[in-house]
Design a protein around this ligand. Structure first.
Ligand SMILES: Cc1ncc(COP(=O)(O)O)c(C=O)c1O
Length: 451
């Protein structure tokens, strides 16, 4: 294992760079890892070590690093032009990509608005929903509903509709106020019930809230099936169906944030595809370019688009945009990634792998530290607890996840935790042998961990 302080690059990094979600003081004891190359599911550092990218580089890598088809598409587009403003001008890569996205999204989503990261795709959905109601004369519909454990990004608007936790509570005075409802967190059921006898009673607080405030409500925003940053909470499909039904019944938009779950991660192209729902907005980013370039899209319906379509002086235009909106290189990259899904039959190919993965994860249930095991598609999570029977959690200061992360690196694993949740968010390219190694070593590590 490298020592960061003999490495002049790490010294330079620490001198000049401030890393995201990082207490920079930790980097003195846990040196940053200098990555020099990557291939498939593996990252290689400058000291000759490799690491399995078990969390897909913050959930974005899909087909693996250094994929020849994606690189080729990027290079080809660079030979034509790298970027052009996306107002007054357009280009084939964006047109083809929009057409492709519409063809794979839920049928009612027929319009694509591009941006450049997950948070902005959410901001776009919030602003479009808000303005839709203004443009159509329902001016009181201005508020949003979200889940306690939801996470939708780090910009102010996205934070305002996210759960308040240890990371963002400092900023909470800056948020606009929104309504929060309890999460369908089965392991720690907010209603004190158990599955499947519960009949999804955790939907009741949302129903009650809508009865009271639907007139003032623009939209409900939700991550479909997996509350990712909130702790990889995988919740019942019935809950999502019921949310969609309620949104329709109370005339409130449904925004599904598929930034983390989109593009095959849950075993289907979108998490929404597990359930027959018709959202009004779908937010996409991360895996859209297979994690190669920053890019995002917000999909919406023709009905919503039409409410903005009018003479210029009527002030119904959607005045929102980002410099790199619809970037042609990223669009070409996204198209290449979607072609790979077809050419390599990715979603069928991973079916057996997913079964193997889930079977492997179920074995963790026997470990004293593991309170809950959750999985969906290529996502798996282990909730570590102090006491399995009382479900008592480890405290923030105990840094259990961080200790596991450091041990993981010694075993070639990037087990970057979410508090006490250790999770695998695997690239779809991972091979069975690699997965075997990842599961076995994660198991051994957690079995031998002492806190
Ligand atoms: C569900 C979800 N929405 C939005 C975001 C924000 O995306 P970005 O970090 O690209 O702004 C994330 C990031 O993790 C996410 O998981």
């Amino acid at each position: 294992m490298q020592s960061g302080y003999v490495n002049r690059w790490i010294g330079k990094d620490l001198k000049f760079i401030w890393h995201p979600y990082t207490q920079m003081k930790d980097c003195r004891k846990t040196p940053l890892i200098l990555i020099e190359k990557a291939k498939g599911a593996k990252l290689y550092d400058d000291q000759g070590n490799f690491y399995y990218d078990t969390i897909s580089s913050w959930w974005c890598n899909i087909h693996g690093h250094n994929h020849p088809k994606i690189k080729k598409a990027i290079k080809k587009q660079l030979d034509s032009f790298e970027h052009v403003l996306f107002a007054g001008f357009t280009h084939k890569p964006a047109i083809l990509l929009a057409e492709k996205l519409v063809s794979i999204a839920p049928k009612n989503l027929t319009k694509v608005f591009f941006s450049d990261n997950g948070s902005t795709s959410v901001e776009v959905a919030l602003k479009m929903s808000f303005q839709y109601w203004q443009n159509t004369g329902k001016t009181k519909k201005t508020r949003f509903i979200s889940l306690h454990h939801g996470y939708h990004g780090d910009t102010i608007g996205a934070m305002s509709v996210s759960g308040v936790n240890i990371f963002n509570e400092i900023f909470s005075p800056m948020f606009f106020s929104s309504f929060k409802v309890p999460s369908p967190y089965c392991y720690r059921c907010p209603m004190g019930k158990n599955r499947p006898a519960c009949k999804i009673d955790c939907i009741k607080p949302l129903e009650k809230l809508l009865e009271k405030i639907a007139e003032a409500c623009a939209a409900i925003i939700i991550e479909p099936l997996v509350l990712a940053a909130g702790g990889m909470i995988i919740y019942p499909k019935e809950y999502l169906s019921k949310v969609a039904d309620l949104a329709k019944r109370y005339n409130v938009h449904l925004i599904v944030d598929e930034v983390a779950t989109g593009f095959g991660r849950t075993g289907k192209m979108f998490a929404c595809d597990h359930v027959d729902i018709r959202p009004d907005f779908m937010c996409l980013s991360k895996g859209i370019t297979s994690g190669y370039l920053a890019f995002a899209a917000t999909l919406t319906t023709h009905k919503i688009y039409e409410a903005f379509y009018d003479d210029f002086e009527k002030k119904k235009t959607f005045y929102h945009g980002h410099t790199f909106t619809g970037n042609p290189v990223a669009s070409s990259c996204a198209l290449a990634s979607l072609r790979i899904f077809e050419e390599e039959d990715t979603l069928n190919r991973i079916k057996d792998l997913i079964l193997f993965f889930h079977e492997g994860l179920e074995k963790f249930r026997g470990l004293p530290l593991v309170g809950d095991v959750r999985h969906l598609g290529m996502i798996g999570a282990l909730e570590l607890v102090k006491n399995k029977y009382t479900k008592e959690t480890f405290g923030f200061k105990e840094r259990v996840g961080f200790k596991i992360y450091k041990e993981g690196l010694k075993r070639n694993l990037v087990l970057r935790p979410l508090g006490n949740i250790i999770y695998l968010f695997l690239p779809l390219c991972v091979k069975k042998k690699e997965l075997e190694y990842i599961l076995e070593n994660t198991y051994r590590l957690i079995k031998s961990a002492k806190f």
